[in-house]
Design a protein around this ligand. Structure first.
Ligand code: GLN
Length: 232
């Protein structure tokens, strides 16, 4: 255990609905891969966490303004973000993918998006990706705050497609969320735990040490299996 974090409590921000990484179970408790990981790492390293379910963009802003010590939110390690945040070792490989309403017979590729509106999460890699191809395919991007609202927007027909991380889309589809995946996944970044640049170095070190311990003792695999077995 790391002496510098021992007994301390850290405020950690996360997304609201990003199953299977963070979501509320039937009894309203915040669960998921990120939640189990950060709690197990805290236990392993002897610190406490105070989880704040803020939403993705809000979590990043809270971290930037030092209102929280860290973010775990299926947050991709990108070069842009590395300018303002410090990241842990990667703990999950991800990438962006596109989904449409289950009963949509028209849109099978990006070509089908011409003249239409798609949705993606404000501040996410999915939004960055959608914006990077919108001129080429001639569509508009509507930014929304959370995945549940994005999926509802597609089901209501206000957006024809959603760009989100593939493990999250796959999990939702496996739970019959009314969507279907129609494209191959794009090359994406890995998820990391983030602290503000130059801040909370002890916490970051403890996260990496705890993650390595969880990988070595099989706990990491157990957590992933618990939430991903269903989706694959
Ligand atoms: N992995 C994506 C990103 O970091 C989305 C994260 C999320 O929506 N919680 O931008």
């Amino acid at each position: 255990q790391a002496a510098d974090v021992n007994g301390k409590t850290f405020a950690i921000a996360t997304d609201t609905t990003f199953a299977p990484f963070e979501f509320r179970d039937g009894s309203g408790e915040l669960v998921g891969i990120d939640m189990d990981l950060i709690r197990a790492i805290a236990k392993d390293q002897g610190f406490e966490v105070d989880i704040k379910s803020l939403g993705f963009d809000a979590a990043l802003q809270a971290l930037q303004s030092n209102q929280v010590a860290g973010v775990i939110a299926g947050m991709s390690i990108t070069d842009e973000r590395k300018k303002i945040f410090d990241f842990s070792a990667p703990y999950f490989d991800s990438g962006v993918q596109m989904a449409v309403a289950k009963n949509d017979q028209d849109i099978k590729s990006y070509e089908g998006l011409t003249g239409k509106t798609v949705t993606a999460k404000r501040g996410s890699e999915g939004e960055t990706f959608a914006n990077s191809i919108k001129d080429q395919y001639g569509f508009k991007v509507k930014a929304l705050a959370d995945s549940a609202t994005m999926y509802d927007d597609v089901k209501a027909g206000n957006s024809v497609a959603v760009f989100d991380d593939y493990p999250v889309l796959a999990y939702g589809v496996s739970q019959n969320n009314g969507l279907k995946i129609v494209t191959e996944k794009e090359q994406g970044s890995s998820y990391g735990f983030a602290v503000n640049k130059g801040a909370n170095a002890d916490l970051l070190t403890a996260f990496d040490a705890g993650l390595a311990n969880l990988k070595a003792n099989g706990e990491y695999d157990k957590i992933l299996d618990k939430y991903l077995a269903k989706a694959e």
